[in-house]
Design a protein around this ligand. Structure first.
Ligand SMILES: [Zn+2]
Length: 78
């Protein structure tokens, strides 16, 4: 689970971007932290990069494939 200290520096959002589930190896729509919806493994992704491929980390047999979900969106200053 992602950990933070200064909650006043984070903004709570209901944006649907946080509900979308992305396949391994596809373009990350935003820079930020992504969480595997299957096992909870988290990764940081830079702007313009792709999500880690299937096989990036191991799952216990039978729980299913890696599925990435946006956890924290990194907001860039204009
Ligand atoms: Zn996983």
């Amino acid at each position: 689970m992602a950990i933070y200290k200064n909650g006043n520096l984070l903004h709570h959002s209901q944006d649907q971007a946080f509900d979308a589930v992305h396949s391994p190896g596809t373009a990350a729509p935003f820079a930020g932290i992504y969480r595997c919806a299957t096992c909870g493994h988290e990764v940081g992704i830079a702007h313009g990069h792709t999500l880690p491929p299937q096989g990036h980390h191991q799952h216990a047999p039978g729980i299913g494939p890696i599925r990435w979900q946006l956890l924290v969106f990194a907001q860039h200053n204009p």
